[in-house]
Design a binder for this molecule. Structure first.
Ligand SMILES: Cc1cc2nc3c(=O)[nH]c(=O)nc-3n(C[C@H](O)[C@H](O)[C@H](O)COP(=O)(O)OP(=O)(O)OC[C@H]3O[C@@H](n4cnc5c(N)ncnc54)[C@H](O)[C@@H]3O)c2cc1C
Length: 817
């Protein structure tokens, strides 16, 4: 076969991710697809995986993805006659703590809402399901019949053969050495893939190079934040009575999993303090290879395994296998369009779930590549969720140490990473530390979650219940409502759009009308062609053709990329100025008095209107002051050149002493915005929700001169009626708090799931929101306002009040003056 010089799409990597992507593209009718593998199919990580495919997760999208994987693997097996060792074995997952049991009950509630079958079973039943498991130290277990085993190498063979049958050209023993791009407008564009056998001109490239993807990405100048770590399992000699009818058995409290393997056990470890692998340990010719055994490292975990499976005391170990697997900074894989390079996509960084995820994720990716938009909410998977610097090898290697064990931590809310902290520190960091800040991390930034009062230690363990910081955050919340609270805003992404075509471009990408006078601040959506939210943000015309966009900390790369993709030949420059400006927000009735003491600007309602911005001489410095509040109170946000930001902070703190100025963190910010019904992008609104569904139609101007992206889809929806609507819920506080994904029931039927929740201190109630559906019919006000609602928290149905309006200050009078 002659080496191809041209293709429509080149997929790099012949592991399960690359093979699945090639198959899925071909399934959609794509021709001229070439898959390049430097060795042979499955030779990287895929060949040695344990092959467990567990459906149940904490996310609806993930469960759908895994179910789609199973469909692909079994149908490819049937199509090609390639046996994949498919076994329907079920799963048990043990629990030694109440927190773990609650986690399971929550997962069951979610799983059952999509017709999944799962139960919590007592220790006696665990013994029946797997008699080899020691059960005298557990509270119970999760039992899920819908779990499978496959032989991963055979899966890759079946899927690649299936792809070949659909016309995909698979070229093995060929190394990708370059990705050629050219500059078109604001973007680079894929032109060709270079290999050691020749150049293939192409318009689409999919990066599925597993643990090697970071280096391959750099060939195109993109940052792929992942790092390889060692992952090990052992295989025991034959144990009498062990056979393939035993369920996959997980013991997450001890970081071990097991299943049958040729009459013995395969026992794998997701140990804390995992070992990152250097480039030297994973050279380009690392194929069908394993890593050196490290018995010392695994010794305590093997001891745990012996404790869990007493039969191991008298059984020999046949093999200790260690292979590489790639992990990403948040433990979730990377997919979608790469930032800044049109035509380049990724499906990689599979976090030890690549067998379970790839077949389904590839379906999503192929539909995205083919249709231009993702078919499901992928905000948590989008490769553009990470700022470029998080692709730093040393940083992500440090983070990777804790990532395997995260797979087995209970899904308790508000967990923060321990490794790879203190990378991005705002100029206020030391001052916040002195004020007792307890930090969390967003986009690599440290930002206060809450502030511990002087000398008081209220650091409680993570919990599903009322947390230890409850009273402290109550004070922060109260200050924002009754006096004045000070919030960190430095991590917000800030993008400058400048140039003669800046307004036209923004009118095209924004659904609201941003054409106002200098100083006008507009809350707007950026939409995709389906009318779904690519982002929600504020756009401020600083002066003339100069606009400042303020968006979420994790949205900066995506938003910039979205604007650049749609810029065509517009005469604009797009500059990320996030690091150039530090940010603070002041909210509460005393804000005006406080700021008036340190600024020359007139802050009266007439001189400084709500939703406007001014350059402000403030303290000893100058800043952009934006009259806006995420707390729903009188408030200003200040964006201050980084070098003088600390001086402004000092001036604020000095001026606020007698006004009740209180430091407040992201937890208080969340409770405040929940009461106000402010949606959070990536949680409440995503690319698969429209402003009309989200109740944010006020941020859309259908009749402005420039038609905006998504307008046609929104018009169709406006005329046809929306099929889901965002609804606010209030409930009494029960022992377990709602978090996210809890099923919403109307008259007993599941009509949706919560997207976010918090305690509403001003209301004395829990406040949540989520989309409600009406069985595919239009959702009218009457449907929302009638019927009895409950929220299902870990199997308990909690009565809820539903409302389309925000439960606190629904008319928004407080923030206007
Ligand atoms: C011990 C172990 C057990 C596991 N168990 C499970 C499990 O039970 N269930 C589960 O879901 N997951 C499991 N996993 C994870 C799973 O194996 C991986 O997530 C998955 O195989 C990753 O597939 P991939 O296609 O992304 O990467 P790979 O399989 O590594 O494929 C990438 C391919 O790219 C090729 N490549 C790299 N660079 C180039 C280049 N420059 N040019 C051309 N080709 C290139 C490589 O040769 C390789 O074949 C396990 C992993 C390990 C290590």
């Amino acid at each position: 076969m002659a080496f191809p010089t041209q293709a429509r799409a080149v997929v790099i990597g012949g592991g399960v991710a690359g093979c699945s992507t090639a198959y899925r593209l071909a399934e959609l009718g794509w021709k001229d697809i070439v898959l390049i593998e430097r060795n042979t199919i499955s030779s990287g990580t895929t060949w040695h995986a344990a092959g467990d495919v567990n459906i149940i997760r904490n996310s609806l999208e993930m469960m759908q993805i895994i179910r789609d994987s199973v469909v692909l693997y079994t149908s490819a097996s049937e199509e090609t006659g390639q046996d994949i060792g498919f076994k329907h074995c079920g799963l048990i997952s043990l629990a030694q703590t109440e927190e773990r049991m609650t986690d399971y009950r929550r997962q069951i509630a979610l799983f059952r809402s999509i017709d999944g079958e799962a139960d919590v079973v007592p220790p006696e039943q665990v013994a029946q399901l797997n008699p080899f498991v020691r059960n005298d130290d557990i509270l119970g277990a999760l039992h899920v019949p819908e779990a499978y085993r496959v032989n991963p190498a055979d899966v890759a063979q079946a899927v690649s053969k299936g792809a070949r049958n659909k016309g995909v050209t698979i070229i093995e023993n060929t190394l990708v050495t370059g990705i050629e791009t050219k500059r078109v407008g604001q973007m680079q564009e894929v032109v060709a893939v270079e290999t050691d056998k020749g150049r293939i001109a192409c318009e689409t490239v999919v990066l599925s190079g597993g643990a090697w993807s970071r280096d391959i990405g750099r060939l195109a100048g993109i940052s792929v934040p992942l790092h390889a770590v060692e992952h090990s399992y052992l295989i025991t000699n034959v144990i009498e009575g062990v056979d393939d009818r035993l369920p996959i058995s997980r013991d997450p409290d001890n970081y071990i999993y097991s299943r049958e393997e040729v009459g013995g056990f395969l026992i794998g470890f997701f140990e804390p303090h995992a070992k990152p692998l250097s480039k030297v340990q994973l050279p380009d010719d690392f194929s069908f290879a394993s890593l050196p055994e490290d018995w010392d490292h695994l010794e305590p975990h093997i001891a745990n395994a012996v404790n869990r499976y007493p039969a191991l005391e008298t059984t020999g170990i046949k093999l200790l296998f260690t292979g590489p697997e790639s992990f990403t900074p948040d433990g979730t894989f990377l997919m979608g369009p790469a930032p800044d390079v049109r035509g380049l996509f990724a499906l990689t960084g599979m976090n030890s779930s690549g067998i379970a995820m790839s077949g389904g994720a590839a379906k999503v990716l192929a539909e995205w590549i083919d249709g231009g938009e993702p078919p499901i909410d992928i905000t948590g998977l989008d490769i553009r969720r990470f700022p470029r610097l998080l692709g730093n090898t040393a940083w992500v290697a440090e983070r990777a140490k804790e990532l395997p064990s995260w797979l087995f931590e209970a899904g308790l809310p508000r967990r923060e990473h321990k490794h790879a902290r203190d990378l991005r520190l705002s100029p206020f960091h030391i001052r916040f530390e002195s004020a007792g800040a307890r930090f969390g991390q967003a986009a690599g930034w440290e930002r206060p979650n809450w502030f511990a009062p002087n000398g008081k230690n209220v650091d409680d363990p993570l919990t599903w219940k009322r947390p230890g910081w409850f009273d402290v955050v109550a004070e922060e919340h109260k200050a924002a409502r009754e006096t004045v609270a000070l919030f960190e805003r430095t991590p917000m992404a800030k993008i400058l759009i400048e140039g003669p075509d800046a307004e036209d471009l923004l009118q095209k990408v924004c659904a609201n009308d941003v054409s106002g006078a200098d100083g006008r601040l507009i809350y707007t959506a950026m939409l995709n062609t389906n009318g779904g939210f690519e982002s929600d943000l504020t756009v401020t015309r600083l002066a003339g053709d100069r606009f400042l966009l303020i968006t979420g900390a994790n949205e900066g790369v995506r938003d910039q990329d979205h604007i650049a993709r749609n810029a065509g030949d517009a005469r604009v420059t797009i500059t990320d100025v996030t690091s150039a400006y530090a940010g603070l927000a002041l909210s509460g009735p005393n804000t005006r008095e406080l700021l008036s003491r340190i600024t020359e600007n007139d802050l009266s309602d007439d001189a400084f209107l709500y939703l406007t911005a001014q350059e402000a001489w403030i303290g000893p410095a100058v800043a952009w002051a934006l009259r806006v509040s995420y707390a729903g109170e009188l408030g200003w946000e200040l964006f201050i050149p980084t070098e003088s930001a600390a001086a402004v902070y000092d001036a604020i703190v000095a001026a606020g002493q007698d006004l009740g100025l209180t430091h407040a963190g992201t937890y208080a910010s969340n409770t405040l915005r929940m009461e106000k019904g402010f949606r959070s992008w990536g949680h409440d609104i995503t690319p698969v929700e429209t402003p009309l569904e989200a109740g944010l139609g006020f941020a859309v101007r259908f009749n402005k001169d420039t038609p905006f992206i998504g307008r046609d889809a929104l018009l169709r929806q406006r005329d046809g009626g929306v099929r889901k609507r965002m609804v606010m819920f209030t409930t009494d506080e029960y022992e377990l708090w709602p978090v996210v994904n809890e099923p919403i029931r109307r008259d007993g039927e599941v009509v949706g799931h919560l997207t976010s929740s918090g305690y509403g201190y001003s209301l004395g109630k829990m406040v949540s929101m989520g989309f409600v559906r009406n069985g595919g019919e239009a959702v009218e006000d009457d449907f929302i306002n009638t019927g009895a609602y409950t929220i299902d928290i870990a199997g308990e149905r909690i009565p809820a009040e539903a409302s389309l309006a925000a439960p606190y200050d629904p008319k928004g009078t407080r923030m206007r003056g």
